[in-house]
Design a protein around this ligand. Structure first.
Ligand code: CBH
Ligand code: ZN
Length: 363
């Protein structure tokens, strides 16, 4: 019997999340940018399965079903999932995550995200009916817990939590908001309180901003919970990109979104610092979102190896902090076989004409 998400978190264990699917699979040619819908779960199961395996091998304790934006409403608007229903894609995605998760001890999280209906009419019954359909699909496939993610309005996230909670399994909820608060101006602390009151067992942040900014927002959420006398586990799954100049709406307002974000990619060493910072903030569910590749997840697992008591399978080929470079034939490379070297390196971009910061399209 696998130990559940809450058993692990209640015991104080670190739970390593997985990374970004839609962005990575867009780069690999299986997702349409702009739509970001997950029809590849049916059309190219081998591509989704492979990415699940890579995250798992890198140390992920949770595999999220590839069900981002997987509602009939969103699929209709995007039009890229010809002849497929949300139910078919949700079912196929659950099977893929389960198949790979059962190759190790990983858990399967059924993921739901913001709907196109909420900003149109704010109709609670209509929006909840959409989440209910995804919940039905997840219950048929017996996922281990639910993850409500990428919500910019806490109100919609609360509705999602209420529906998923009725499924009788643990529920995590992460918002894609900035330290300023949600899109309606609700501050992070109050967002956290509302999510926990709605039944969320785990609350935090995913996507939109870089790791340290997301950790900062989760800390604000925790402060809000403390003040209200509430307790919950904390989750952070940030971008794998540097976004120092971003404002409230995050990376979507950068001129490089979504086809030229590469120059902003975090290194694995950036991820070591992030994992440590998140851990120090009391966050125990630590993963990634857009821009997070398997080697970034591996860096989290390696940074927290002492706390977790083991290294992931993918570390077999990777000495910690580049130790394997010791045997390199070139002396200047050999000298880089140390933590100190990589921790202090300021990597160059190699782009002499590029600015170091852009002007985001929002305030
Ligand atoms: O694919 C994933 O990893 C999901 N768990 C989260 C995706 S986050 C947002 C993707 C872009 C959305 C948009 O700009 O509409
Ligand atoms: Zn994301």
């Amino acid at each position: 019997m696998k130990r559940g998400i809450l058993e692990r978190l209640n015991a104080g264990e670190v739970v390593v999340g997985d990374g970004g699917y839609v962005m990575q699979l867009e780069r690999r040619g299986y997702v349409k940018a702009g739509h970001w819908t997950p029809e590849a779960a049916v059309e190219h199961p081998e591509a989704v399965r492979q990415l699940h395996r890579e995250f798992q091998r890198a140390g992920a304790d949770v595999l999220q079903t590839f069900t981002f934006y997987c509602t009939d409403e969103k699929l209709d608007i995007s039009g890229s999932a010809k002849n497929l229903t949300g139910a078919q894609i949700n079912a196929a995605a659950c099977d893929l995550a389960r198949e790979v998760a059962d190759e190790s001890g990983a858990l399967v999280a059924g993921g739901v995200s913001q709907t196109p209906v909420y900003p149109k009419n704010h109709n609670e019954a209509e929006v909840k009916a959409i989440f209910q359909k995804q919940l039905d699909a997840f219950l048929k496939k017996n996922v281990d817990f639910f993850l409500v993610e990428f919500f910019s309005y806490v109100e919609e996230a609360v509705w999602a939590v209420e529906v998923m909670k009725s499924g009788g399994k643990p529920v995590g909820a992460s918002l894609c908001i900035s330290p300023r608060g949600d899109s309606a101006g609700v501050p992070p602390g109050e967002c956290a309180v509302r999510l926990v009151q709605a039944g969320a067992d785990i609350v935090g942040i995913n996507c939109h901003l870089d790791p340290l900014t997301c950790v900062r927002t989760v800390k604000l959420m925790k402060e809000g919970l403390d003040k209200a006398g509430l307790r919950a586990h904390l989750i952070v799954q940030p971008l794998g990109f540097h976004t120092p100049e971003c404002n409230h709406s995050g990376y979507v307002s950068l001129p490089e979104f979504p086809f030229a974000l590469e120059a902003r990619a975090m290194t694995r060493w950036d991820m070591h610092a992030y994992a440590r910072e998140a851990y120090a903030a009391g966050i125990r569910y630590i993963g990634g979102c857009c821009g997070f590749e398997p080697y970034h997840i591996r860096a989290i697992a390696e940074e927290l190896a002492a706390e977790r008591g083991f290294l992931p399978a993918a570390s077999d080929k990777h000495g910690p902090w580049g130790a394997a470079l010791e045997t390199h034939a070139t002396p200047c490379v050999k000298e880089r076989a140390s933590r100190e070297y990589w921790e202090n390196l300021l990597p160059a971009s190699g782009r002499p004409k590029c600015p170091s910061m852009a002007t985001p399209a929002d305030e």
